[in-house]
Design a protein around this ligand. Structure first.
Ligand SMILES: Nc1ncnc2c1ncn2[C@@H]1O[C@H](COP(=O)(O)OP(=O)(O)O)[C@@H](O)[C@H]1O
Ligand SMILES: [Mg+2]
Length: 266
């Protein structure tokens, strides 16, 4: 299997922060094609900044980014903003914790799911629409035709997250960056979204970088996990191994924070 993503010695410094404070401080990891990798750590440990660096969403005028990030062998840190925009929405997609902040409240659902196709691919209107309906069906959205005409505020949080997922997979990316995609959802909906991600990974052979502050959620989805603290990866390996014998005190704390009745896998 070829490497899908390789991050080497990534360092991110915000110009607004004190000179010695690196939000991401020498992070390295890699993902194979079709792999689900978990990235776990407490709030402020650098997970989102890592994901934003990979997705090219970090505003270049606000931060200095060093190191190397290659996607399918291509160095992203050397790409122009136009090249990054074209990679984002074709090879790579992102979903976030708060779907409402990523969706435009005054636009209907349909055009928003089609968005990356309109921007990046030369498809006819009919083909775009067909692909959008297909992605919505794959994301388990009921009655996609009717849903296309609705506005975001008419949908529940769980439905909105599925719409975001449909919009993310419509371009058939090789890599999905999922930053705390279930954190704002209740436990039942969270389980459904995890199941959906698992299925999309399998059906589309789509790699997923799954970010969460909750090691137990990561355990349900990922075979391998990297643990972040203070902008660094302090421990990485197979999830079950790390659960059985965490080496780092910080990882032990993350495990201890999980209520004991949830620690057993169901
Ligand atoms: N736009 C920004 N400007 C300055 N500092 C930032 C910015 N975004 C994040 N940071 C800092 O970077 C560090 C990592 O943040 P983040 O990646 O959001 O953490 P996590 O996602 O793990 O909760 C934090 O110390 C945070 O304060
Ligand atoms: Mg975050």
């Amino acid at each position: 299997m070829a490497a899908l993503l390789e991050v080497s010695d990534l360092r991110v410094h915000f110009h607004s922060a004190s000179p010695e404070r690196w939000a991401v401080d020498g992070v390295s990891f890699s993902m194979e094609e079709g792999e689900i990798l978990g990235l776990v750590g407490e709030s402020g440990s650098g997970k989102t900044v890592t994901a934003m660096s990979v997705s090219g969403l970090l505003p270049r005028d606000q931060a200095q980014v060093d190191g190397s990030i290659t996607l399918g062998g291509r160095e992203l840190l050397q790409c122009s903003e136009a090249e990054l925009r074209s990679i984002q929405g074709s090879d790579l997609s992102v979903i976030f914790q708060e779907p409402m902040t990523s969706l435009n409240p005054v636009l209907r659902i349909g055009p928003q799911v089609e968005e990356s196709l309109r921007v990046h691919q030369k498809l006819s209107r009919e083909e775009r629409r067909r692909r959008a309906l297909e992605a919505m069906a794959q994301a388990d959205l009921p009655d996609p035709e009717a849903l296309c005409r609705k506005y975001p505020h008419e949908l529940s949080g769980g439905m909105l997250q599925r719409v975001m997922i449909a919009a993310a997979i419509v371009s058939r990316p090789r890599l999905l960056l999922a930053d705390e995609p279930t954190t704002a959802l209740d436990v039942t909906i969270q389980a459904q979204i995890l199941e959906l991600l698992r299925r999309l990974n399998r059906e589309n052979h789509m790699g997923i970088l799954f970010i969460s502050h909750n090691l137990n959620v990561v355990r349900k989805l990922c075979a391998r996990v990297a643990v972040m603290q203070g902008g660094r990866i302090v421990e990485a390996g197979p999830v079950e191994e790390i659960f059985r014998s965490p080496r780092h005190a910080y990882t032990k704390r993350l495990i201890a924070a999980i209520p004991s009745r949830e620690r057993k896998l169901t």
